[in-house]
Ligand binder design. Structure first.
Ligand SMILES: [Zn+2]
Length: 218
């Protein structure tokens, strides 16, 4: 089979409550249920279909392989995006809970491996909600992967020391930026960009002043 052209990784949550099933310590049963449902849904059109995701990561950090990576999976409501992306589902409902560190670390490792293997840039690691829906023609048409999904932390971990996407080691104030970001004084635009040539708003100035004074008071 010809390898498809993988350009994006799209991150999901299962929106399931794994606490409700104490016998299933790794999330294996939930992963199986997710695959079973997808197979049931697609069995007529695609008898070989396995899952709407390529990988499912449990809360203990176990990875369950699902749809073979060379085959598209219908994980986001955008036909073209599905053809060129890998779907990773983190088990849990991150509208309600925080992600356990084991699950987070496995996610970072898996994404790093895929980025290297398929030469995927960091800017193409998207949350489901960042993908434009074919139905609504907008982003944010889903909550997935939930408001507590540690997207920014994940990007930080994948960036390997670079503080923001849009500046590199050649940026004139790179050391100052790293220093200020580490202290939590600057946070960029919340999506991983510094946008160094944009104007700052009054609100932005106040937030920075507030964070500096708070820090000095501690
Ligand atoms: Zn999703």
């Amino acid at each position: 089979m010809k390898m498809r052209n993988i350009k994006y990784i799209v991150l999901h949550h299962s929106a399931t409550d794994y606490q409700a099933n104490a016998e299933d310590t790794t999330g294996k049963e939930i992963a199986k249920t997710i695959c079973d449902r997808a197979q049931d849904k697609w069995k007529k059109e695609f008898p070989a279909y396995i899952c709407d995701y390529h990988f499912i990561i449990g809360h203990t950090g176990e990875v369950f392989k699902a749809q073979p990576i060379e085959q598209p999976a219908w994980h986001c409501t955008n036909y073209q995006a599905n053809l060129v992306s890998v779907g990773i589902c983190f088990l849990g409902n991150f509208e309600k809970i925080e992600m356990p560190i084991e699950q987070f670390n496995t996610g970072v490792q898996l994404i790093k491996t895929l980025m290297k293997q398929y030469n995927i840039p960091l800017i193409n690691i998207l949350r489901h909600r960042d993908v434009v829906s074919d139905i609504t023609q907008t982003t944010n048409s889903t909550e997935c992967p939930g408001k507590n999904f540690p997207y920014i932390h994940l990007l930080d971990a994948l960036r390997d020391g670079e503080p923001f996407f849009d500046i590199g080691e050649d940026y004139k104030c790179i050391n100052e930026v790293k220093f200020l970001k580490q202290l939590g004084i600057i946070k960029g635009d919340g999506k991983g960009y510094l946008k160094p040539d944009d104007f700052i708003t009054r609100e932005g100035v106040m937030l920075i002043a507030y964070r500096i004074i708070k820090l000095l008071q501690n």
